[in-house]
Design a protein around this ligand. Structure first.
Ligand SMILES: [Zn+2]
Length: 161
């Protein structure tokens, strides 16, 4: 396993549509292992393959039990409700935006061996599913907000509440 470099939003890799996986081999497993190590090191909630420069449809999402879900070729198949909250991205360091997302979401995906499964999440996990899956189509959370806040501004806002 190895840490991978996380690309930031000026990198063209973050603005491309990623290709699906058709082969479930050591190359994919190595990427998933590296992504998990990189995500843990960065203390993030989710990471998509294009963020480490791989234009393929794979993401890691931290679930409500603090387990890392491996989602290969994930698709959002159901959403319900709405939430609004501050969101950030490891590829947009130090910037935060107020973003509306569904309160609940269900994803269909393949595991590292190609077996399909479904997984549901709510609140921060639902937010994370939506955020990470968008990365696979070249989209970032910054497209959903008019204003980005610095960490300092966000801290000041939180203190006021
Ligand atoms: Zn992100």
């Amino acid at each position: 396993m190895a840490l991978r470099k996380i690309l930031t939003d000026e990198d063209p890799a973050l603005h491309k549509v990623c290709r699906p996986y058709t082969v479930f081999d050591e190359r994919l497993w190595g990427l998933l292992d590296d992504m998990k190590e990189t995500l843990a090191d960065a203390n993030g909630a989710g990471l998509a393959a294009p963020q480490v420069g791989i234009l393929r449809r794979a993401v890691i999402v931290v679930d409500s039990n603090d387990e890392m879900l491996e989602l290969v070729n994930p698709e959002l198949i159901w959403t319900d409700g709405e939430q609004e909250g501050f969101e950030g991205c490891l590829s947009v360091p130090g910037r935060w935006g107020l973003v509306k997302r569904p309160m609940r979401a269900k994803v269909r995906a393949q595991d590292r061996n190609g077996n399909w499964f479904e997984v549901s999440g709510e609140e921060i996990v639902a937010r994370c599913f939506c955020h990470e899956l968008e990365h696979l189509d070249g989209h970032l959370f910054t497209e959903h907000t008019d204003r980005l806040y610095t960490t300092k501004e966000l801290d000041a806002l939180m203190e006021r509440e």
